[in-house]
Every structure is written in structure tokens, then in C-alpha cells.
Design a binder for this molecule. Structure first.
Ligand SMILES: Cc1cc2nc3c(=O)[nH]c(=O)nc-3n(C[C@H](O)[C@H](O)[C@H](O)COP(=O)(O)O)c2cc1C
Length: 234
């Protein structure tokens, strides 16, 4: 492997894109452990660190996880094809329900090289969270709940940044969440543990560094939601 160029923090934050294609080079478990060892410094509500990570190596379990995640991907793909933003809220903040027959979508393949090869990616990790320690402060909100995720997704993102520091790349996926009950049975998850993400990782075929993101003025305002935009001037 080539020696890694050190990346300054700002550059790393601005250039870490999703990697979904990996070389055949294996990633030893001690490297995975090192990635986890850096990722664990992520913040979480009340510093409760409710993450649990299952590194899936067994080929049989990998194949089952792959099949379950693909059911979620099929729902997502067919909803997208039908013109619906998958699992997003409507103008009231609620999910309006599917615009398609989800059962039929799950039965209908949606070819994609990444999802078709999921069982064979170098590193496959199921990132779970202990719901007994999340700070889900919006539990009573009459809209899609969001705050609890704040106690786990910074950790998932840290995993990907930490992977980059090891010359690895990866992507967080959430398709498996759609089959949480079956995946939970397979992995032995207790009822108070939720699946947050299935992370794929390995040596990138190509490390994307030119990311497409909205400028600050499109999402930051002063004093009010409809206040004047914040512009970057320096
Ligand atoms: C919460 C979350 C869920 C995501 N779920 C998936 C997923 O299920 N499958 C996938 O391929 N990518 C998933 N992604 C990756 C996004 O598609 C990616 O971050 C976004 O498109 C930006 O692309 P880029 O990183 O290549 O710039 C997810 C990202 C986040 C933050």
C-alpha cells in the first residue's frame, strides 16, 4: 500500500465522499479495530456512547444481511422510480405512506453493482444503538422523529473519517433498517437495540474528493428561518 499523505482536518471534512467500489485487498481485523478505536471519540447525547458494532465476517450471515438490505434497497429504488422521495416527510412533517406497493417492490430486483456485491465487500459492519441511552428528546413530537439519531450518526460518520485516515473508504447505508426485525433475529439483538446503519468499507477503487454540496447561503440564515442568508466571504 502507498504511504498515506496526511490530510488536514478541513480538507478531510470537505473531501470525504462515499466509496461503494472496493479493490480485492483484504482489510485485517486489527485495522478495523483501529478504525473503531478512533471512531469511538464521537459525541453522543449525555456521552452515553450507546453504539454497538457487529463486524460481519461469516459468509452465511453476510449473505443473509445482503439479502435483507437488498429488500430495503428495492423499496427505495422503486419509490424513487415512481417519483417519491423515499421515506421522507410531506409538508406536514409526516410520512405520507408509500406511493407504490412495497411488497411488490421487495419482490422486484433493482440491479446495482454495489448492492449486488454487498456480501463480498471487504468490511461489513452493522452499527447498532442501545435505545435505553439515546437522548430522543423529540419522542413526543407529532412528526418524523429525528433527535435520537444524533446519538449514533456522528459515530457512523467518525467511522468513515477514521477509515479514510487508514487509506480506506466506505459508505453508510440505512437500507437494512427496513428489515430490522429479521436482521435483529439473525444477529441476536435485544429489543432495546436498534440498527442505525450497515457500513461497507474497504480499499477504494477510487476515492471521490469532489463533493456536490449546497453553498452556505442556501441553508444558513440570520435570526429567522426566512432571515437574510449567511454568505461566505473569506
Ligand atoms: C443517514 C444516511 C443514510 C444513507 N443511506 C445510504 C444508503 O442506504 N445507501 C447508500 O448507498 N448510500 C447511503 N448514504 C450515502 C449518501 O447517499 C451520500 O452521503 C450522499 O449521496 C452524498 O454523496 P457523496 O458522499 O458521494 O458526496 C447515506 C448517507 C447518510 C448520511
Amino acid at each position: 500500500m502507498e504511504p498515506l499523505e496526511p490530510l488536514d482536518l478541513r480538507t478531510a471534512l470537505r473531501t470525504t465522499g462515499s466509496v461503494r467500489a472496493f479493490t480485492d485487498e483484504a482489510v485485517p481485523l486489527d485495522v478495523v479495530a483501529r478504525v473503531l478505536d478512533t471512531a469511538r471519540f464521537a459525541p453522543s447525547g449525555g456521552n452515553k456512547q450507546g453504539w454497538r458494532v457487529i463486524v460481519v465476517q461469516d459468509p452465511t450471515v453476510r449473505a443473509q444481511i445482503d439479502a435483507l438490505a437488498n429488500l430495503g434497497w428495492r423499496e427505495y429504488a422503486h419509490m424513487t422510480a415512481a417519483g417519491q422521495r423515499p421515506f421522507a416527510a410531506d409538508d406536514t412533517g409526516h410520512w405520507p405512506g408509500p406511493s407504490i406497493d412495497l411488497e411488490q417492490a421487495r419482490r422486484t430486483p433493482a440491479p446495482w453493482s454495489f448492492m449486488d456485491g454487498l456480501a463480498t465487500v471487504p468490511v461489513l459492519m452493522v452499527v447498532c444503538v442501545d435505545l435505553r441511552v439515546v437522548a430522543a428528546v423529540d419522542v413526543e413530537a407529532d412528526r418524523i422523529h429525528i433527535a435520537g439519531g444524533g446519538s449514533i450518526y456522528p459515530f457512523v460518520w467518525n467511522l468513515l473519517l477514521s477509515a479514510r485516515a487508514e487509506g480506506l473508504g466506505g459508505v453508510m447505508t440505512t437500507f437494512l433498517v427496513r428489515q430490522e426485525a429479521a436482521a435483529g433475529d439473525l444477529l441476536g439483538l435485544p429489543p432495546y437495540v436498534a440498527i442505525a446503519s450497515l457500513v461497507a468499507m474497504g480499499h477504494p477503487v477510487h476515492q471521490p474528493t469532489k463533493l456536490s454540496r449546497k453553498p452556505v447561503a442556501e441553508f444558513a440564515t440570520l435570526d429567522h428561518y426566512n432571515g437574510p442568508a449567511v454568505f461566505v466571504t473569506t
